[in-house]
Each structure stands twice: as structure tokens, then as C-alpha cells.
Design a protein around this ligand. Sequence first.
Ligand code: ADP
Ligand code: MG
Length: 402
Amino acid sequence: MADIYHRPDLARELAERLLRPGPLDVGLRSGLFLAGQRRTGKTTFLRQDFIPALENLGAVVVYVDLWTDLTTDPSKLVVDAVRRALHDMESPASGLARRLHAVRNVNLDVFGVKFEFDVEKVGTAEGATLAEAFSAAVRRSGTDVVLIVDEVQHALSSETGQRMLFELKAARDAVNKTPDMPGHFLFVGTGSHRAKVAELTARRQQAFDGAVSANYPVLGRDYVAHVLDDIRPHAIAAGKGLPDTEATFQAFEQLGHRPEELIKALRALLIQGPPAEEMNRTLEIIASALRSAAADLELERVAGLGRLAAAIFDKIATAGDSTKGIFTSAAAEQYSTLVGREVKIEEIQPVVLALQDANLIMRQQHGVYSVADPFVQKAWLERREMEMLGAMPGDRSPDARS
Ligand SMILES: Nc1ncnc2c1ncn2[C@@H]1O[C@H](COP(=O)(O)OP(=O)(O)O)[C@@H](O)[C@H]1O
Ligand SMILES: [Mg+2]
């Protein structure tokens, strides 16, 4: 059950659009940002399919995952990855040099020459800038250089990280606006924090203003069919049946397109081993139980931020796709009723920020907000219906305790 389901066609198509954009895709030259929920396979897709596809098209890929090491400054992680790639370009024996030789027939001799700058000092005050480093990398490799930063929103959490994003933009402009360059600099960022990923490309003051922001393509029916094929021999050996593809796909959707959750549900199903005609229905029940356990955790996060947070979240969740007017005096009055005490307008902003920080709501435009995860919104509305408006979740909030 543990093997990877590959999506080479999707990867090749995306790689081609990035490296050879048609007239409709020129925005990709400014950067590509893919947003998707955690545990849906973003990193797996990048590493297993997308990077190989880019490399097959002759590009050099520098990959860094800011999620793997949350204690190190994001900018250091990126600079380290850039230095490693530059080192590889100084060695004819490196895998990178040999691959470029094989794919693009680049003369191996060029890799035996040191760069004009000290690779170890790239990104430091006295060393080469990222713009100089990427320009040199594109010239030496004679091809496109793609920097992929996985979970890029972590760069927003520190000042050095934010500065780095601007340096990367400068690097992009330095390479892409110089006429005689043999390749482009391309930036790909992914993130689980949809609100923040969208912000990176939308806000005018952000580094990647104008870049393309898209949803990560989640795994689909073909993946589900593959998983079923994989476990079929085991099920047969154990004398058990399996649910059909459609029912399994619906369970997968219920579980937020998370492979691990699907495997968990199927495992539980096989252990339970209902009669063949009950398979689909039992899987549905298992998936819905798993889902509701996950939703509970999310709703508790809202409650954990206090009763005012719950009241604001409720206003946004019940408004449909998006809402404005969450800072008005009318809104404050609404919150007061729900919280059970007078809420002042100036109390609202910090709580909205806390909700944003927790990835529970997102700002769509100035003053316009929506729930970050439709799955959580749906769970909230269901819960709300059950509790008939009256009892707000949040009884364990600081307000309630005082
Ligand atoms: N294409 C795939 N085939 C099989 N399992 C996958 C696939 N993509 C992801 N998974 C599994 O799902 C889990 C989460 O994947 P990961 O790539 O870490 O997600 P993300 O980066 O979106 O948080 C991992 O256990 C991974 O092995
Ligand atoms: Mg990941």
C-alpha cells in the first residue's frame, strides 16, 4: 500500500508550461504558486514527478522544503540549497554536471572552473547576491534554473525570510530581463497555508505580485483505482471483497484527498470485513467518522481562540463565499450578543489576525474575508445547525473562564 502513484503526464504538462509558456502563460515567468491542504501529496508530487519532468526538459532544479526544519531560518535553508547547486556546477563529477552533459550535451569542462565568487559566501553581506548567483548558474548551465520552495509561506514568518523573497524577485528580474541569457530563472512556491500563498502573489507590496497562483492538483479517481488494485490480491487472499471505485473515490473526497486517511479507512474496512454488498456503505460510514474526528479538531481550534473569535468566525462562515463588514459597529453589536458582553470595535482586529494566523480565515481583498478551508466551513455550519444557534462553541475560551 505504500508505493507512490506517479503522475508523469500532469508533471510533464506543468513543466512544459513553466519552461515554454504560451501567450496565456507568460505570468508564469513571474512565478508559480501552488496552494493545497497539508498531507495531500504536494511534496511527493514535486519530488517524485515534477522535478524529474523539469530535469528531463533540461532544466536545473534547486529544491528546498521549508517545512522540514522549522527551527532554521528559512532564508538560510534557501541559501544553503543554492550553494549546494553552485558547488555541483563547480564539479564535472557531480550528478548535475553529468546529467546536463547527457540531456543538453553541455561540455563537462565548464564545470571544472570555479565561479568568480566564493560559493560559500553567497547570500552574505560580503558575498555574491542571489541575483549574481542565479545569473552565474544560468550562464554556466546554459539552461533554465528553477527554484522550488516548498511551504514557502514560512518565509513570511521572519524578516530575513521576507527580505529573501525580495532578493529572489531581484534575481528573477536580473536573469529574465538580461537579453543574452541562455535560460530563465523560474520560481515555484507551494504552500499549505492557502491564505498566505494567495497573499504572496496578490498584495502589491509582496515580492511576487503578478505571479500565477493556482490550486495544487489533488490526486483523483485514477489514484483511488490504483490503490484498490494494489490491495485487491490481499483482499482476495483473505477471502474478502472490496468497495467499488466510485464509493472509494467519494470516501477519498470526504477525507480531503489525503492518501494516508484513505489508507486508514480502507484498513479499518478490511479489518471489519463486512459482507460484499455492505462494503460501499461501511466505507462511507468509516470515512465520515474519520472526517468528523478531523473536523472536531479544527472546530476546537476556533473555540480555543476565544468566544469573540468564534463569533467572528461564525459571521464569516455563515456569509457564504466571502463577507465584508466584519469590523463595523453593527458587526460589533452582533458579536456582543453572541459573546454575551459588550465588544468594542478595536477588539476585533487582533482577533481577526489571530484567526488568519491560525489559517482559519483568509483575507481575499481589503476588508473581504472567507473561511480558509471549505471543509471546516461545512463542519461549522453542520455543527451550528445541530446546536441551533444558541450555544456557541467556545466554552473553554479565556472569556468563558473569567
Ligand atoms: N502520489 C502518491 N501516491 C501514494 N502516496 C502518496 C502520494 N502522494 C502523497 N502520498 C502520501 O501522502 C502523505 C502526504 O504526502 P506529502 O507529499 O507529504 O503531502 P504534503 O506535502 O501536501 O503535506 C505521505 O505519507 C505520502 O506518502
Ligand atoms: Mg509537504
